[in-house]
Design a protein. Sequence first.
Length: 355
Amino acid sequence: MTTATIPVGEVMQERAKRQGRPPPHAPCVTPELLRGATEALRLPVVVLQGGAGASILFANTAFGALSGFAPAELEGRALCGLLGRKGDTSLEEGLTLADTGMPGGPAEYCFRRKDGTTFWAALSITSVPGTEGGPGHRVLAMHDITPQHQEVDRMRLLLVEMNHRTQNMFSAVLEMIRHSLRGKAPTALVETLTGRVLAFSRAQAMLRDEMDGHITLRQVLGVALQPPTIPRELAARLEMEGEDVRLPTNVALTTAMALHELAVNAMRHGALSGDDGVVRIHWSVRSPPRGGLLALRWQEAGGPRMKPLYDKGFGMRLIEGSVRHGLGGTATLSLEATGLVCDITLPLRADGRTS
């Protein structure tokens, strides 16, 4: 339910205009008429005083039952004072938009009951004219959406608990790797394996608070290229440029793992293994006929001469395979004179999100 302004008599005036008759005078809506009309409704309704104020002229019985206040207790009170969040100005903004006839503004508001508990309501705001040119009134019809918000809160708690257990699982897996391979495998192999598990764990944690299922590319870069993958002292040698893009969780996870592999390779063999090398990461959104493409380039420069990519390791194969098969995109690795270059493209929807 959205915030809207519906002038009384507008339909009648438009009909008279089409029929060639003089437009009727705008109906005069008295407080008594409003009170009688709202009491007949099952929806909670609040009528605000005329003018620029937001004090309650009266509320119907349904709103009293929802809020816990007797209708008489509400008369003259500021409606914004019943909001459940301190300092919330969203309702004032919504009322202003309704008065000017502009669409938009928050459609859902949290209110405080008499006993201190809160409830959520979706509002429809209607401005009605007053009598004989006097100030009009605002009629706020509400729909109780508290159960929906309670369900969202319950799902959020379940998600937090699930992610907590997932992080505990990753910690247990890391300990098993370290203890199982201690003294039985080269140190470099153990570090590579634990690094990948840590990177996957960080990427999963990154998605923990994203209830809408999307995360920005800059967030992915910040998580994938943080210590211990890239030491803090080398952060200045990473150059990033591009508009921020929102990615679904599966794309964000795969992209984070691909960036981790590129960063590890740069630390061991590429631009970040020396003293002067840099890594340039830049991306853009293209618009081919059937939708957008996110084009990301990882370009190294100033590092030692690398061996030709005849035999790609697991990390490089992971990048190419996960992007192509998991996301329907492309990943191309090439060794240029300046250093390693990796071009990744991901299909985007028309609204700029990855499909």
